[in-house]
Design a protein around this ligand. Sequence first.
Ligand SMILES: Cc1cc2nc3c(=O)[nH]c(=O)nc-3n(C[C@H](O)[C@H](O)[C@H](O)COP(=O)(O)OP(=O)(O)OC[C@H]3O[C@@H](n4cnc5c(N)ncnc54)[C@H](O)[C@@H]3O)c2cc1C
Ligand SMILES: NC(=O)c1ccc[n+]([C@@H]2O[C@H](COP(=O)([O-])OP(=O)(O)OC[C@H]3O[C@@H](n4cnc5c(N)ncnc54)[C@H](O)[C@@H]3O)[C@@H](O)[C@H]2O)c1
Length: 517
Amino acid sequence: MGNHNSEDTPAVLQPWDEANRELASLVRPADWKNPEPASHYNLVVIGAGTAGLVTAAGAAGLGARVALVERHMLGGDCLNVGCVPSKALLAASRAAAAVRDADRFGVLVPEGVRVDFPRVMERMRRLRASIAPNDSAQRLADLGVDVFFGNARFVDSQTVDVDGTRLRFQKAVIATGARAAAPPIAGLETVPYLTNESLFSLTELPQRLGIIGAGPIGCEMAQAFARFGSRVFLVEALHGILPREDPDASQIVWRVMERDGVELLCCGRDLALSPGPDGAVRIRVHTHGRARQEDVDHLLVAVGRAPNLEGLDLDRVGVAATPKGVVVDERLRTTHPKIYAAGDVCSPYQFTHAADFMARIVIQNALFWGRAKASALTIPWCTYTDPEIAHVGLYEKEARKQGVEIRTFDLPLSQVDRAVLEGRSEGMVRVHTRKESDRIVGATVVAPNAGDMIGELSLAITHQIGLKGLAAAIHPYPTVGEGLRKAGDLYNRSRLTPRTKKMLAKLMAWRLRLFNT
Ligand SMILES: Cc1cc2nc3c(=O)[nH]c(=O)nc-3n(C[C@H](O)[C@H](O)[C@H](O)COP(=O)(O)OP(=O)(O)OC[C@H]3O[C@@H](n4cnc5c(N)ncnc54)[C@H](O)[C@@H]3O)c2cc1C
Ligand SMILES: NC(=O)c1ccc[n+]([C@@H]2O[C@H](COP(=O)([O-])OP(=O)(O)OC[C@H]3O[C@@H](n4cnc5c(N)ncnc54)[C@H](O)[C@@H]3O)[C@@H](O)[C@H]2O)c1
């Protein structure tokens, strides 16, 4: 595997400091010796991101003989270049915003905010390494998994090749994930650009940062870097930010990002990139009928993901794939009966928790004749901007498309005492129920801790607890989570028609009369 000197150290592990050395020693140890392969494996898992790790560890825990193959670093995107480093930066950016806004609370910070970006990144690297033992090669080996570093490819219906070593399998799992897509943007090939694989190796704060794509990656990073002090230009082809989310919800988040200083160039047309002066990247785009030209020191491309399929030789084993990924049925079986897939490589839900739950389905179905279906999963998600925006179930537009008649209950956070007291009342709880009942079919929450709140709605949908049930559950006062109970109250109040109100008033008047006689 070679020593990691500055030339052969992967970009992800730059700078090659103590924290990154520690990370490498856990998830890509230089002195790792691939084991002697067993004659057969119950399961060969290709890719050791969340999907692969959960499949391998879970299957080994249930007594299966498992080989896990990783070509790069155990932990995949989430640990190394995704959720973990991005959330560490977001935590630092929230701290910066709290100091910036302290004045609103009567707390004076005379010097104002100064962000020491190298320290922010150093903290991120340290924390990332501290989380890594859970995904480490040694931990997997201790769980009984044979860990192989190398490139995997299919040879035939029972053999995977890892750089010349043959692994014979009864069942195999493709969990090779996805990477940043390189879109057909004019001039992209003429300029240097960052993706999530190189962004977290920055050691200096870009004074000007261009970001293409206002999806979750673009928005989270735009807000973080704006709060660190970069001038951020966020280019989006569609209108606004987070175009997949409920437009009212995205709008709330956008208002906050705009105050943070992010400049949105949305409804972008004729986007073109070219080298600018002094190593800068020049962005030219038409936005809302205006031609804009901006020079930036770094450009981040975050316009979606492309599945990692190259080199797997899927054709040899008849596993069908499209540009969106490996084709699977509801049970996560590919077009080859002995080969399954899980995670970003086969799913439109590209989240760590989704990869985790798909892995559990694969273990049941591949090893134990299970019939678990991925379509039965209720998958929430959250974009960790400030405020966070979280969703589960159907959006209004999806319900309409599917012909599901819904009622919508909206509770602005300005009606939740804790949110007001924290100075964080920009947000809402929006719950859609079936028209004729309190059954929840979808919900969006915009709140400082929306990601924590959405779990309760996910539980409600999974176990068919209606809005009445939420109203009946006591939530501590004052919490932002109380907003969910209050949305339940809205439902209960909606059942009080003028007629029932009249009848209740009559009943009360009658009881008073009885009392007085
Ligand atoms: C910046 C960013 C932030 C994110 N934030 C969040 C978040 O906050 N919450 C959330 O839920 N999700 C988040 N995600 C998404 C999350 O990271 C992915 O959904 C998750 O990592 C998918 O896991 P996976 O196992 O399917 O794939 P991956 O993590 O991509 O793992 C696949 C592994 O397979 C390996 N591999 C590929 N081909 C081969 C081969 N031929 N042989 C051997 N090995 C191979 C790769 O090296 C990789 O390690 C974020 C993603 C990004 C990029
Ligand atoms: N908090 C989280 O859970 C989290 C955070 C980050 C990433 N992720 C996962 O990673 C995935 C990828 O994230 P992403 O933000 O790269 O992709 P995305 O597909 O979610 O968003 C990409 C955005 O780029 C825009 N776009 C596409 N082509 C463009 C072009 N040529 N010019 C301008 N804009 C263009 C799209 O309209 C879209 O809004 C997400 O869908 C999500 O599943 C999750």
